[in-house]
Design a protein around this ligand. Structure first.
Ligand code: NIG
Ligand code: FE
Length: 420
């Protein structure tokens, strides 16, 4: 009988996230009603979870002197957080624009004046690769302390062939050098770079399709595009995603962040894995997306962004859930609209501003976020066979998680069965 290598025992609650359908994200009542085990344990062998259950079912025959025992008395054990939307790799920062924003300039005004995303593009193009890597590693260390064990990293601050490929390369290298698993996404279609100002958005996406995407096969599974006034309008976004899909890429979109252009519905029709932001997506459109995608497209909600951009409009998350649309929650970590890595705070805001329950917020930042990354088969829940990525928290119940506003509740992080 093979011994367990690690057992976390006597947990006040084990948040398993198990109990929903195996073939799609949690939606509707399932988002809240997954299994919580009171007085439970989680057993791991090597980098995998092998058993989860109540303490009175822990099989002592598997515990030997080599088994590491971790006492979770009075505390919550849950899966590692899955951070499914970040812009991890960039040069510089935008503290100078923070002050402009505080004086009343809007996000799109700052972008139209050549700042915003374009200011980070200039800093990123100028940064040596080693500096980009060092910055990314610094941010990943911060995410790991917050209990993030899988993280998506978008490119999008190069907007030329070499720099965009460099950003994907840096994300992958950063993933190899530390414990957090990094999943790169290609966001070359973030905004139109200055070199294509005359030629226009369609010419720029044609350039990406022709000269960049072929080099990304096997390097990034998804492409993303920013569908917004001042970036790419609906027709160009549809054209880009359609062509990229034909080349074998999975699809994501930044849409309905500042206006309702119909980007979410368009992308979902094309089979997008996730539609992100959704602040201006209507409940009716959410219902149509849920039905037509058969509950497979995940709406990734990013509540720290309206907070940081000083906007009153938050995605109507409660209505989305009631319409049966699967939802995830993420930070959108980036230097412009969310310089925060605090996914716990995003979960609190999902409750306070979008009407989530604590259970729904936890599911949105774990299992449904894993679905939004195409990684639900190996992370996002505590079930036998999944990677042993788990957290021991300082709190005693799921309700406390979004309650301690702005705190980091993480006591221990385990990645692939290893205590960090
Ligand atoms: O997801 N909205 C577009 N892109 C990012 C922000 C990027 C930036 O401002 O640097 C976002 O919010
Ligand atoms: Fe984003």
């Amino acid at each position: 009988m093979l011994p367990y290598t690690l057992v976390i025992q006597h947990a006040a609650q084990v948040l398993t996230l198990a109990g929903g359908p195996a073939d799609r994200p949690l939606a509707g009542p399932d988002l809240h009603n997954w299994t919580i085990i009171e007085r439970g344990y989680v057993a791991c062998r090597g980098d995998k979870i092998v058993a989860v259950g109540p303490m009175d079912e822990l099989d002592l025959a598997h515990i030997t002197p080599e088994t590491r025992l971790l006492d979770a008395s009075g505390r919550v054990v849950m899966p590692g957080l899955v951070e499914c939307h970040t812009h991890l790799v960039f040069g510089g920062n935008r503290a100078h624009e923070f002050e402009r924003k505080l004086r009343g300039e809007s996000y799109l005004d700052i972008l139209a004046s050549g700042g915003g995303i374009l200011s980070t593009v200039r800093a990123t193009r100028a940064a040596p690769e080693a500096e980009l890597l060092a910055n990314a590693l610094h941010h990943l260390d911060g995410f790991l302390r917050y209990g993030v064990t899988t993280l998506e990293a978008k490119s999008g601050y190069g907007l030329d062939r070499d720099t965009e490929l460099r950003l994907v390369r840096v994300a992958r290298e950063a993933g190899r050098r530390q414990p957090v698993r990094v999943v790169p996404t290609f966001l070359g279609a973030h905004v139109v770079p200055p070199e294509f100002k005359e030629a226009g958005p369609r010419a720029y996406v044609d350039f990406i399709l022709r000269e960049v995407l072929s080099d990304l096969k096997g390097e990034a599974a998804y492409v993303d595009i920013f569908c917004e006034a001042g970036a790419f309008l609906l027709d160009v976004a549809q054209y880009f995603l359609t062509q990229a899909h034909k080349m074998g890429f999975g699809l994501k979109i930044h849409a309905e962040q500042l206006h309702d252009l119909g980007g979410c519905e368009m992308a979902a029709e094309l089979g997008a894995t996730s539609i992100d932001h959704c602040d201006y997506l209507t409940p009716d459109a959410a219902g149509r997306i849920a039905r037509r995608s058969q509950g497979r497209t995940v709406a990734v909600l990013l509540p720290l962004v309206p907070l940081f951009l000083r906007q009153d409009k938050y995605a109507p998350g409660r209505a989305f859930i009631d319409q049966g649309l699967p939802v995830a929650v993420s930070t959108d970590f980036n230097p412009g609209s969310c310089p925060s890595k605090n996914l716990w705070l995003a979960m609190s805001l999902a409750c306070l501003k979008m009407g989530f329950t604590p259970q729904e917020a936890v599911a949105a930042a774990t299992l449904n976020a894993a679905w939004a990354l195409g990684h639900a088969a190996d992370c996002g829940s505590l079930e036998p066979g999944k990677r042993a990525d788990l957290l021991l928290l300082n709190v005693g119940s799921v309700a406390e998680i979004p309650y301690w506003l702005g705190e980091n509740p993480v006591r221990e992080v385990i990645v692939g069965g290893e205590l960090q």
